[in-house]
Every structure is written in C-alpha cells, then in structure tokens.
Design a protein. Structure first.
Length: 279
C-alpha cells in the first residue's frame, strides 16, 4: 500500500504570470463572439454602401437631367412694365402684357418667356443662363439682349455681348451685339443688323417704326391693348409706317392711322379693330 503524498506547501512561482496572461488573452468563446461581431459589422457596412448606390445614381441622374424644382410666374398687366432682380444678380425688364416663368434648377439658370417682351441683363456665372420660348432656346454668353415672343415667332436682338440661339431642328446660331433674328421651333431665320434704339425704345414708353410693314406694326401694338387688332388682307399689311409714338397712347395712334395711311378703320363694340386698305 502506497503511503499518501504529503501536500505541497510550496507555492507555484509562475501562477501570477499565468493568471495575468489569462486575463489579457481572451478565451475561445470570447474570440468566437468577437469574430462574429466583426463579421456582422462588415456585412452591415456592405449593406449600407449597397443601399447608398441607388441614391448616388439617382442624384447623378437628377444632376444630368437638371429638373426645375421650383417655378415662379410673373405676369405684367396691359400698359404696365415690371423690373425683376433675379437671385444671381441678373435683371429682367418685362414689357406690357408679358408672362415670364422663373425656374430654379440644380445646375443652370433657366427662364421661359411664355409671351410678350423682355430685356435681360445677365450677370456672368459658371452656370448657364437660358431663356426658352416657343421651342426656341437662347443661351446667354455674358450679355444684354432683348426677346419678344408672339404669334410671329421669337425675335432676339443683342445689345451687348452675344447669345446662342437654337431649336430642335437647326444648328445653333451665334448672335452678336447689334444683330437680330427671328426664330421658331422649326427654323432659325437669317441674321440682320439690329436697330438698337428701336429695340430698347419700349423701355422708355416709346414705339419706333422705320418703314415697318403695317402687319408688323399691328403685332407690335397688340400687347398694349385688350381688344384684338386685325389686318383685313395682305395688301393692307404691306403698307409701311415710320415714326416714334407713345406706347401709353396706342389708341390715339390707331385713330391717326387713316390720316397717315390709305386705310379704313373699323372698331367693334368689344374693342376690336380691323384695318383695311382703301381701294
């Protein structure tokens, strides 16, 4: 029979170091938990990135399309003019009966002249300044230009600088200071010398004509009155008028026309006017 081993009363000299090491080095279960948590964190990060990709793609698409996120309409009463200061410091002067839509877009400055006449004084900036009307686009290249939009089309006249005129059917046309043209959605007309005094006369309440066909005169007078004006036939419209007149007294001018030109004037009860050539 083996005698029992006496207890070892001598302490283990490495035990303090072993205990300290156990505290510093996690066990198998702790390592497994930490690994699972790290894997889940990486998965969550990938999901966040994946979820953000469609948002980034949408943001890129919106930037490319440049949609209008806010619009403001300005309509000017007959016989009035209105000056507008835009957010970028550019200025617009609107003529009688004009309708302008101001758009706020992501990467461009755009406006739409729905009808009437306006003078644009544009402040240069990195973003493009574009005015649209009847399918015609006028892109500013740091300038002052006049735009008139009515049944005849869109008349563009440049006073300072230059603009680019384009539509969906023709190549863009560069228009410089002292030049004018008429454009529609289908065609861009020839470039002609501009009478800048006539272009800007309306700002001072004047209408200036220099051998202007009566058909054009009537179209120019229409924004200043409610009642419709009409030319009876082509030969009447071919008569020409010269002179400077007060835009606030358009009906006085209309009454004067039979004294200036060989025309007959007929007024309707609704304020309409018909001009026909004397035979």
């Amino acid at each position: 029979m083996t005698a029992p081993r006496p207890p070892d009363n001598k302490a283990d000299p490495l035990k303090p170091f072993t205990d300290a090491l156990r505290e510093r080095v996690p066990g198998k279960d702790a390592l497994l938990s930490e690994g699972m948590a790290l894997t889940q964190k990486r998965l969550n990060k990938k999901k966040t990135i994946a979820a953000g990709l469609p948002i980034l793609a949408l943001a890129g698409l919106l930037w490319h399309l440049d949609p209008a996120w806010h619009t403001e309409d300005v309509q000017v009463a007959i016989g009035q003019r209105e000056a507008i200061s835009l957010a970028d410091g550019s200025r617009v002067l609107l003529n009688s009966g004009s309708h302008l839509r101001i758009e706020k877009r992501l990467r461009s400055r755009q406006l739409e002249l729905l009808g009437g006449e306006a003078l644009f004084t544009v402040v240069h900036a990195d973003s493009a300044f574009i005015v649209r009307s009847q399918g015609v686009r006028v892109r500013d290249i740091g300038t002052v230009f006049n735009l008139r939009s009515d049944a005849r089309g869109v008349d563009v006249g440049v006073i300072e600088g230059s603009v680019e005129v384009s539509n969906a059917s023709a190549a863009p046309r560069l228009l410089r200071a002292g030049e004018t043209l008429r454009a529609t959605a289908e065609r861009i007309g020839q470039v002609d010398p501009a009478d800048t005094a006539a272009l800007t006369a309306w700002q001072h309440g004047k209408l200036r004509f220099d051998g202007t066909p009566l058909s054009e005169v009537i179209a120019d007078l229409q924004p200043y009155r409610q009642g419709r004006m009409r030319i009876a036939d082509v030969s009447t419209g071919e008569l020409r008028l010269s002179g400077e007149f007060d835009s606030s007294r358009v009906d006085v001018l209309i009454d004067m026309l039979p004294k200036i030109l060989p025309v007959r004037l007929q007024r309707g009860s609704d304020g309409s006017v018909v001009l026909s050539r004397l035979r």
